[in-house]
Design a protein around this ligand. Sequence first.
Ligand SMILES: [Zn+2]
Length: 511
Amino acid sequence: MKNKYYITTAIAYTSGKPHIGNTYEIVLADAIARYHRLLGEDVYFQTGTDEHGIKIQEKAEAKGISPQAFVDDVATEIQRIWDLMNTSYDRFVRTTNPKHEEVVQKIFKKLYDQGDIYKGEYEGMYCTPCESFFTESQLVDGKCPDCGREVKQAKEEAYFFRLSKYQKRLEEYIESHPHFIEPEARKNEMINNFLKPGLQDLCVSRTTFTWGVPVSFDTKHVVYVWIDALTNYITFLGYDPDGSGEQFNKYWPCDLHLIGKDILRFHTLYWPILLMALDLPLPKQIFGHPWLLMSSDKMSKSKGNVLYADELVDLFGVDAVRYYLLHEIPFASDGNITIDLVIERTNADLANVLGNLVQRTISMASKYFDKTIHKREEFEEIDTPFLEKIGNLNEKVNKKMECLAVSDAITEIFDVLRASNKYIDETTPWILAKDEEKRDRLESVLYHLLESIRVCAVFLEPFLPETSKEILRQLNTEDKSFGYGAVSVYQLNEPQVLFARIDKEKLSKDM
Ligand SMILES: [Zn+2]
């Protein structure tokens, strides 16, 4: 039996085209999903779009089209970008799916029938774009704590979800499952800012607009968009209060919900309590990733500092953009992106370290051995630390990936690539080539290098899938074993440039 691994991104809100900051999450999730497939696990990777709510209704009205037509356009665009970034999701889900809507209604009814949802009246400060009520004490400088906009006094008949009933259970759960919420700093934020002051019952229906899932037994209400959105993680797997499907039983609970740090509250408080009320197991981990900033500023259309994935891919290619996102954004703090920084990393790491190594090695093998290199059981002292480095890579990458330190995992691979370049400088194959008696030694050196490149290519697959494939094609091998010495003879293809050096001056003329 293969281990199962269920990973999700948050579903993207269909209010407009996603910028590169919004694209970071799907690429990060993709790297993690691909890594678990590389380990031989049975991975299910879900992403998609969140399509209800007043913001969408208003945007559609402004455009003079139906909300459905509006979300159809945006969802298509989002999926196009996810595909452009070569992300390997198994399913792209949309919350306007009729089956999903039907199960959301059933869930709402079930919770109402069992007394976890009740009807009441809400009076408080309301943020229209966020569709959320807040108490005075939750406001930040009198404004919405989520988006910073003005709030207004509002009163409406509404349904409420008894969060308070489950507060104690959730606290105990978080306490006894130290990795449930990551990173640690975010977990403490949730405990101190929300759990400790005490959870208030959550308003889970709206009557001020219609673009949502109607409450089945009281149709002037629509279900709060977050209840609708969060349940995507189970509805599309086939969860049904009347009896769930096989896929749900196989993959639930989720192994990882990867989300932005700004929506942690919904995922670590409301979502677990909803699952408890449905008597379902909780996800194993919720990870709030940092943001990708534009020159230390949050990207936003109004600030005019937005970069889009397709523009970057046109300039640099998919894998260079993936490399930047996956390697340059720290594990727990926000990262920066600018065109200049992408050029720098592409040239320094991808062209100079990786591209150069592959090109040099295959070229030497072509020149000295007509592209055929045999495995030789002949080692010198200098080989030992180098071969150990290759042998240890599996364990090192695994250790980093276990705690989702994707950037550090890539650093481990590049350490071996750098060591390989150094090994070339130290063994000086071009000098060995001048001495006929050193021919076996020369072949050994090249074999060690080719094995190092092959193993690195195998581990690069989750991060740079096309590059990994291209390296293995140039090496002319399909052997994906993790350790040194798997291939008995290489019969190489022609070397091809993997990453051309980018000329900054020339690029700015083209832009
Ligand atoms: Zn707000």
